[in-house]
Write a protein that binds this ligand. Structure first.
Ligand SMILES: [Zn+2]
Length: 377
């Protein structure tokens, strides 16, 4: 994540940058804000900036060795701590963040504005209490005793420190009392009022404001391809939270036709940056909506197969959908449509068996783009 990836919030970015440029980086900083705001993205962008080898006046360069690791969340000097619990073979008492880094990177990539419930979904820990355990505080101490590998700063980013177990909170307090050179703690909290006063008093506070309605509207139309009227409606209802707007869009207002049509247009071009973004958006939809999208696509294929037969009575679609079906049946022949139908069906099968939705949608997009390419070249 870089500052440029976060829309708006210029003052917040300016203040963060100014402190680094004045070389006044506080050793413990508390980022606070509502869930679904740019809270976590801002801390991630700041961490990227701190270790960038070639930082500009407004952002990390994005291309140095440090940035390329930071952007994949694999920088060896950036440590992540977040609420976890025992999942699968891992017992509750042994659950520490480093055992779940794979899921964590998925979360950061697909839901950087996500909330604890999206994290629970990705972690697969339904109905279990998450926390940051005492064992975790031992891990923090051992990470701090390591020398920095290659970065300028060793960064310990603690997402949702309000989940700290009391003994872990006390251990953290001790650590904060003894600052170490070039070590920066970033506490990223949606409920700072739940933190120990002694922790609060040892951190510099950075308040991340919620998105304004106008900012949300802009992000929804420009980055998520949601049409203007709907984006305005969602922005008004979301209370400053991008994640809330996206969930609402996924929940009750999924326009399957619109989603599917946008997706197919991106595959037809093919516009791979758009495809990757859509795969992420789709992965963020509720599971039911993901499957419905594929079922909807299969319905379109069926219609496209019968369309050339001119048996209007068989067509169950009208308006926009009919025009779309008609285009499909013109571009692809019957065999190719059958292949597409089969691939959609397979993807649906994989999703039902809990395959990673982002991978499933990405693979399906590539196959679709190849199918289109065969007919256009
Ligand atoms: Zn860089």
């Amino acid at each position: 994540m870089r500052f440029a990836d976060i829309h708006g919030l210029h003052d917040t970015k300016k203040n963060l940058l100014a402190a680094v440029q004045r070389q006044q980086v506080a050793h413990a900083q508390l980022f606070s804000g509502v869930e679904g705001s740019a809270l976590l993205p801002m801390a991630l962008a700041y961490a990227t900036y701190l270790n960038c080898e070639n930082p500009g006046p407004e952002d990390a360069c994005g291309s140095c060795a440090a940035c390329s690791k930071s952007l994949k969340y694999i920088h060896p000097d950036v440590h992540f701590v977040f609420p976890v619990t025992g999942v699968g073979e891992i017992k509750n008492k042994d659950a520490v963040s480093k055992l779940y880094l794979k899921q964590w990177r998925t979360f950061l990539t697909t839901h950087p504005y996500g909330t604890i419930s999206e994290w629970i979904d990705i972690l697969g820990s339904e109905n279990k209490q998450l926390n940051i355990s005492r064992e975790e505080s031992r891990q923090i101490i051992s990470a701090l005793t390591l020398k920095t590998f290659e970065g300028r700063y060793k960064i310990m980013l603690i997402w949702l420190p309000e989940y700290l177990h009391p003994t872990a909170a006390n251990a953290l307090l001790k650590i904060l009392e003894e600052p170490r050179p070039n070590t920066v703690f970033l506490l990223v909290s949606a409920e700072p009022e739940k933190l120990l006063n002694t922790i609060l008093s040892r951190t510099q506070h950075i308040r991340i404001p919620p998105f304004s309605v106008e900012e949300l509207r802009h992000i929804l139309t420009e980055q998520h391809g949601i049409e203007a009227d709907k984006a305005a409606r969602l922005a008004h209802l979301a209370d400053g939270s991008l994640q809330a707007a996206l969930v609402r869009q996924a929940d009750s207002e999924v326009d399957l036709h619109e989603l599917f049509a946008n997706w197919m247009r991106a595959c037809f071009k093919p516009a791979f940056d758009q495809i990757a973004r859509l795969a992420e958006d789709f992965a963020g939809l509720p599971k039911v909506a993901q499957r419905n999208l594929l079922l909807y696509g299969m319905g379109i294929m069926r219609e496209a197969l019968v369309a050339p037969l001119q048996q209007d009575s068989l067509l169950r679609v009208t308006g926009d959908e009919a025009a779309f079906v008609e285009k499909f049946s013109r571009v692809l022949d019957a065999n190719q449509i059958a292949v597409m139908n089969e691939e959609l069906n397979k993807a649906h099968y994989y999703l039902e068996r809990n395959a990673n939705p982002r991978t499933v949608f990405m693979n399906l997009s590539i196959i679709t783009a190849q199918t289109f390419k065969r007919v256009t070249t």
